[in-house]
Write a protein that binds this ligand. Sequence first.
Ligand SMILES: O=P(O)(O)OC[C@H]1O[C@H](OP(=O)(O)OP(=O)(O)O)[C@H](O)[C@@H]1O
Ligand SMILES: Nc1ncnc2[nH]cnc12
Length: 175
Amino acid sequence: MALDATWVRDHIRPIADYPQPGVTFRDITPLLGDAAAFGRAVDDLVTGFHDVEVSRVVGIESRGFILAAPVAYRLRAGFVPVRKAGKLPWAVAREEYELEYGSDKLEIHRDAIHPDEPILIVDDVLATGGTAEATAKLVEALGGRVVGIGVMIELEALGGRAKLANHRVESLTRY
Ligand SMILES: O=P(O)(O)OC[C@H]1O[C@H](OP(=O)(O)OP(=O)(O)O)[C@H](O)[C@@H]1O
Ligand SMILES: Nc1ncnc2[nH]cnc12
């Protein structure tokens, strides 16, 4: 965990009590709408994994897609969507997981990853780690090797990193 892109905070809007009381939502839309900041965030995520070979980048629906696709393009890697249950049309593997504000199910196409492929998982926020952990399990269920998990924002108090202790996690900034 070597990245220290604290500049990201200037573009994140904290929203109290959203989507439920007690949660401070970290709104990334100001960053996404700023051409320089969006590009720099993608570049910094790529830099965080400059030393690993990546065959495909897995993005997590929906905010994860926004970052994972340009990271995949920059790495000249493939892009694989992990989606909420019921959205993928082909045969899927499925994982259920807990969120900071609820629970959900994630799915991946069974033929999206080949055995032993090096896979980078990208999302916008790491909170409890449930989403990233479920995604890593899906990748591994298909035989892929998770070489890293890259996020823009890590909410340290929610302990996601501990849940992902067997994985390399890089975050651009931490709250
Ligand atoms: O570490 P965790 O506690 O699992 O939380 C992090 C996840 O929560 C958010 O997704 P959300 O499920 O709200 O979906 P969205 O991207 O469609 O808004 C965020 O984009 C991460 O994927
Ligand atoms: N507090 C939060 N802000 C933005 N996205 C989140 N995903 C999970 N928790 C979140």
